[in-house]
Design a protein. Structure first.
Length: 201
């Protein structure tokens, strides 16, 4: 009887651990999808205009809204001096390129994140855009929430690959940092795919 109780206790502990692992993976997958939806909507809104109004579309009025945004950023006291110089010397001179590039990139990374394809490169691109938004003085609750979410995804390790194309296509390990084997001096890739498939990882 005692042995049966011990065995049942071990199975119960294993089940709890398995549920805990997959629970965390599902949570990070949901975080990734919502993060992607946010970026997708940001891009679509710029293309179609707020509320579907072409009068607020970046494509219907090329350069108008972005130029206005950049000029207003120059007048903000919380924008660093080096970034103001970057706006004047680079951004304002390339407004038309940025006008089309920003919405398209936002839509692409949004779709990639929702599908779980090229997750880490997509998050890094989003993080780069977030940093530019913050440096331009665009600091609000939504911006900080998305900024924090980006770091959460980057720090989640292999959990973020759950329910993703990266896992299905087995390309997630390409973006896992290399790890050095002890006492050999050789490099080997972390077994990310094995960790994702095994519920005891």
């Amino acid at each position: 009887m005692m042995r049966n109780k011990v065995v049942k206790s071990q199975f119960h502990s294993a089940d709890l651990r398995t549920w805990s692992i997959w629970g965390w993976r599902a949570l990070f997958a949901l975080m990734r999808v919502l993060f992607g939806v946010g970026w997708l909507l940001a891009g679509v809104t710029k293309v179609l205009g707020e509320g579907g109004s072409s009068g607020h579309s970046w494509f219907a009025q090329p350069g108008v809204f972005l130029t206005d945004y950049l000029i207003k950023a120059l007048d903000k006291p919380n924008v660093p001096g080096f970034y103001k110089s970057l706006i004047e010397d680079v951004a304002l001179n390339q407004v038309m390129v940025l006008n089309y590039a920003i919405p398209v990139v936002q839509i692409i990374v949004g779709l990639f994140l929702i599908a779980g394809f090229m997750i880490f490169p997509s998050v890094l691109i989003c993080l780069f855009m977030h940093i530019n938004f913050i440096l331009s003085g665009n600091i609000n609750v939504m911006s900080l929430t998305l900024y924090t979410t980006a770091f959460g995804i980057l720090l989640s390790g292999t959990r973020v690959y759950a329910f993703s194309l990266d896992c299905y296509l087995k390309i997630g390990s390409l973006f896992i940092f290399m790890n050095r084997k002890p006492n050999t001096g050789t490099l080997h890739a972390l077994p990310a795919m094995a960790q994702m498939k095994s519920p005891t990882s």
